[in-house]
Structures are given as structure tokens and as C-alpha cells.
Design a protein around this ligand. Structure first.
Ligand code: HEM
Length: 321
């Protein structure tokens, strides 16, 4: 289990005192269009990501055979972003179609032929994804919807490449009790909104959840993480329960017209909220007001009350010091 140690790089999810589902996609400020982010946890996360991918390759990575051109488009975009954001860590040298990509943090240097997948140890999407801690999915535009055709998914919750590949945006969201404050069904509204995203104008949103002592929470591993949720008490919640945040990017790919969905999953144990009292207040206020259907869906129902109690006591402790 890893946590964010540089709180300036942690994406705190709550903006208001209460949370409900909404079409909360917003435009990205210029400095966030490039989602590359190297944190102190970079090496640990990459090591773990590669291990997860190697242990259950079919569960964690899936692609349709006709996606190869899109995969190269993705590889090129990711390399350009990495080199532009962190030239001290990443470099690319192009001699005709022969590319040399160097990752100096990991001490790795690979030479391959752009457009020839036999020159790489993995498919292009899978290969370049293994250098960055994000989860990556390509949603291909067809029949006025987006369909998941490539996914490299290691840290995402209730989501696996194996389970979700081929599904449309609406099918993927079918289990979510996705209604607004006023009871409006959101899935189809958001699908329509997604169709309007243009290349060069990506959108973002932040999703959040609570996790009890586990970060790998896929349907395939529920037997492992499900029981952990019942160990939480108001005494140990600070250590066991983590605020789990997904910062998400939606990027329209200019050549393939697909949407690239990128997740940056971050964890913060509740006890660390003490370092940012304003965050502690907002987390307490939001968690005190979660509708039952949402708590059930998010899987936090077995330990939500204990977590709220823990935060209440932490606030009182802070106030008395
Ligand atoms: C286009 C790419 C997207 C993909 C691949 C995707 C995928 C997913 C998946 C796999 C889940 C979990 C579903 C389950 O329980 O089985 C989920 C949940 C959810 N998605 Fe998406 N999503 C996408 C876009 C969006 C957008 C644009 C929004 C909102 C504007 C959104 C809002 C949500 C919400 C609110 C949940 C419930 C999460 C929770 O309460 O913790 N998604 N999504």
C-alpha cells in the first residue's frame, strides 16, 4: 500500500460541503493539459504496476487487433508529453523510423521501429504505459457512443480490462446509481457531452472513494479485499481507511477520433488529513452526508460510520490542542 507523501501533489477531491453525482467535467487549465506527474512514489508505483500486469496479463491489459494504428498514436503522444514535462528524466531520439526512448529514472533505454510492433517487447500501448503510473484506456467512437477497445488498468477500482473491454460508455456505467441531486439520470447526458469534446481541448474531473487497507479493488480480486472492509473500527480507521482519489483526463485523439481516458489514482490515509485542517473539515462534512445508495455502490457502507466517527474525534483533538 502506498500513499501520497507530497501533499502539494495530492488532488484533494472535495470542493463543497456535500457531494452528489453530476456532470462535473471541467476544462483543463493550460498547465494541466499535460498530465505527466512524477511523484516521490514513482518508482514504487511503476514496480507494482509492472508486477500486476505480469501476474494477470489478460485481466489487466486488453486490446482489439484492429487498434494498432491508434496504439502508435498513443505512444507518440505519451512520449511527447513526458519529454516536454520532464526533459531531465525522459528523452526521444528519432532517426527516420528508428526511435530511441530513454527513461533515466529507471535507467532504461529502448530502440524500436515506429510502426513495427515486432520491434517492441509488448504492444505499443502496453509498452509505453508501463513507464507511467496512470491507468490508460482508449474509448473508440462508434454509433454515437464510445467503446472501450484498449485498456491497461492496474490501479482503477471496480474496473478491469478483461471485464470491461468492448463495453460502451452506457454499459460501463450501468451499475452506478447515477442520478443528480434532483433525480435526473446522468449517463446519457454525459455520453452526449463526451461527443462534443474536441482535440486540443481536453476535460477533467475528479472521482473519489474510500478504501479499507487495499488499493487493488477489482471484481476479480473481491475475495481478497471484500473482507478487509469489516476490520475497520473508529480507532483504526485513520490508518486503515484511505481517501482514494482518481484524477481523470478525457483527451480527444486527433487522428483516431477516440477518447483517451487517463486516471491518476492517489491514496491518503485519513490520519494524514491532520496535516491540512481545511481538508479534514471538508472530508468530515462530505462523509457525514453520503446517501445510502452511494455508500452501497462505492462499497464503503461497512466502514463509513466508523470513518466519520474517527474524523469527528480527530477534529475535536485538533481543536483542543
Ligand atoms: C469515457 C470514459 C469513461 C470510462 C471508461 C469510465 C469508466 C467507469 C467505470 C469502469 C466505473 C465503475 C463502474 C462499475 O461500478 O462497474 C465508473 C464509475 C463512474 N463514472 Fe465513469 N468512466 C468514464 C467517463 C466518465 C465521465 C465522463 C463521468 C462523469 C462526468 C463519469 C462518472 C462516473 C461516476 C460518477 C462513477 C461512479 C464512481 C463512484 O461513485 O465512485 N465517468 N466509470
Amino acid at each position: 500500500m502506498f500513499k501520497s507523501t507530497n501533499l502539494d501533489q495530492f488532488t484533494f477531491p472535495f470542493k463543497a460541503k456535500t457531494y452528489r453525482y453530476s456532470n462535473d467535467l471541467v476544462e483543463l487549465p493550460e498547465k494541466k493539459v499535460n498530465f505527466m506527474k512524477i511523484t516521490p512514489e514513482y518508482k514504487v508505483q511503476i514496480e507494482r504496476k509492472r508486477q500486476i500486469l505480469n501476474e494477470k496479463p489478460e485481466a489487466r491489459y486488453q486490446s482489439f487487433p484492429h487498434t494498432m494504428e491508434m496504439q502508435w498514436e498513443f505512444l507518440e503522444m505519451i512520449i511527447d508529453m513526458a519529454v516536454s514535462a520532464y526533459p531531465e528524466h525522459f528523452s526521444i531520439e528519432k532517426v527516420g523510423d528508428q526511435w530511441t526512448f530513454e527513461n533515466r529514472i529507471l535507467g532504461e533505454k529502448d530502440v524500436f521501429i515506429f510502426g513495427d510492433e515486432t520491434s517492441l517487447p509488448f504492444e505499443p500501448f502496453d509498452y509505453i504505459g508501463r513507464h507511467f503510473h496512470n491507468d490508460f484506456m482508449l474509448m473508440v467512437h462508434r454509433d454515437n457512443n464510445y467503446h472501450l477497445e484498449i485498456g491497461q488498468i492496474s490501479f482503477a477500482a471496480l474496473f478491469s480490462a478483461n471485464w470491461n473491454v468492448g463495453m460502451s460508455f452506457n454499459e460501463i456505467h450501468a451499475p452506478v446509481p447515477f442520478v443528480s441531486r434532483t433525480g435526473v439520470e446522468l449517463v446519457d447526458r454525459i455520453r452526449k457531452f463526451l461527443l462534443t469534446i474536441e482535440p486540443g481541448k481536453p476535460r477533467t474531473r475528479v472521482n473519489w472513494n474510500l478504501m479499507a487497507d487495499a488499493w487493488d479493488v477489482n471484481y476479480e480480486s473481491m475475495d481478497e479485499w471484500g473482507p478487509e472492509r469489516y476490520k475497520v473500527t473508529k480507532e483504526n480507521a485513520g490508518e486503515l481507511v484511505h481517501l482514494r482519489v482518481e484524477e481523470q483526463w478525457f483527451i480527444k485523439m486527433p487522428r483516431s477520433n477516440a477518447i483517451l481516458f487517463v486516471l491518476d489514482t492517489q491514496f491518503l490515509p485519513l490520519e494524514d488529513l491532520v496535516m491540512r485542517p481545511a481538508w479534514l473539515e471538508l472530508t468530515y462534512s462530505n462523509l457525514s452526508d453520503i446517501p445510502d445508495a452511494m455508500a452501497e455502490y462505492k462499497g464503503m457502507a461497512p466502514f463509513l460510520a466508523q470513518s466519520v466517527e474517527y474524523l469527528k474525534n480527530l477534529r475535536a483533538e485538533l481543536a483542543s490542542n
